[in-house]
Design a protein around this ligand. Sequence first.
Ligand SMILES: NC(=O)c1ccc[n+]([C@@H]2O[C@H](COP(=O)([O-])OP(=O)(O)OC[C@H]3O[C@@H](n4cnc5c(N)ncnc54)[C@H](O)[C@@H]3O)[C@@H](O)[C@H]2O)c1
Length: 317
Amino acid sequence: MQVMVTGGAGFIGSNLVDRLLAEGHSVAVVDDLSSGSLANLADARASSSHALAFHQLDVRSDELVEVIGRRRPEVVFHLAAQADVRVSVERPVFDADVNILGTLRVLEGARAAGTARVVFAASGGTLYGESDPAELPLKESHPHRPLSPYGVSKMAAIDYLVAYRELHALEFCALALANVYGPRQDPHGEAGVVAIFADRLLRGEPVTIFGDGEQTRDFVYVDDVVDAFVRAATRGGGLVLNIGTGLEVSVSDLARVMGERAGATVAPAHAPARPGELRRNVLDPERAGIHLGWQAWTTLGDGVGAVLDHTRRRPAT
Ligand SMILES: NC(=O)c1ccc[n+]([C@@H]2O[C@H](COP(=O)([O-])OP(=O)(O)OC[C@H]3O[C@@H](n4cnc5c(N)ncnc54)[C@H](O)[C@@H]3O)[C@@H](O)[C@H]2O)c1
């Protein structure tokens, strides 16, 4: 297949590109390198298939529609985004520009190019907002109540996908991702708690736990997420599907599991709770199991082990 990956130089996107190339697809990456990097595509560029094309391009630019038209991808995986919740609070107009208008440009390009399907990286961590503990794990039928501009812009993109399907028969599948972690995640970013912990543990420094550490997340390993994207290229049409483990893990438990794996001897440090942080979040992946035949295979222990190995091999920054 001819496919396009927007945001393909980022954490999840580059892992997806590696998998698509390994499966023999021709992959065109569109990325403006604002948070991603060409280093993430080093393996893909070294791949013997020569089936990778890279376009350094902002998804908001007029040129995007022309590039999609020239490439004529059968499937567009749309991952390029302003993906930082705090930036979205500081700069909501910028967030909407990239995440809403950028998505519209991708959809316009896909429509003009006769693309069959768009697979979209939605955010299960922000789509549903704060919920009643009795409602956990959250199903896709839960009301959409995002509490940040980022959550709103990602939700709006889903609404456009629905409209384009109705208006132009452009098929879509939106994956509502839980907290994705794995190799290549930016340890300096605000969302990558696993990457941040790995970095500190391997430096022999204490990890910092904000608040009481009992806030929970659903940590899903990047290879499992990539597997869901690949499946969604041909299945799950017209659906929003949760991509998570269904397992609720507290930040304190994460610190303990990672500390044990790293052989750390330093106790975690504690800092005041961060305002606006969700208390609990965990997604019910049953629907993805039914429609994609997908489930998260990787245990937390194996996944964080892989991140620690990757961090050990990475040059110090
Ligand atoms: N990591 C998670 O836990 C998580 C959870 C839910 C949803 N998501 C979504 O998954 C996608 C990938 O996230 P990630 O964690 O790999 O983040 P990332 O920042 O590593 O990847 C985003 C990529 O998009 C590129 N990009 C940003 N703005 C662009 C623009 N205007 N034009 C072209 N390219 C642009 C960046 O350079 C980067 O390579 C995002 O859409 C994000 O919202 C991620």
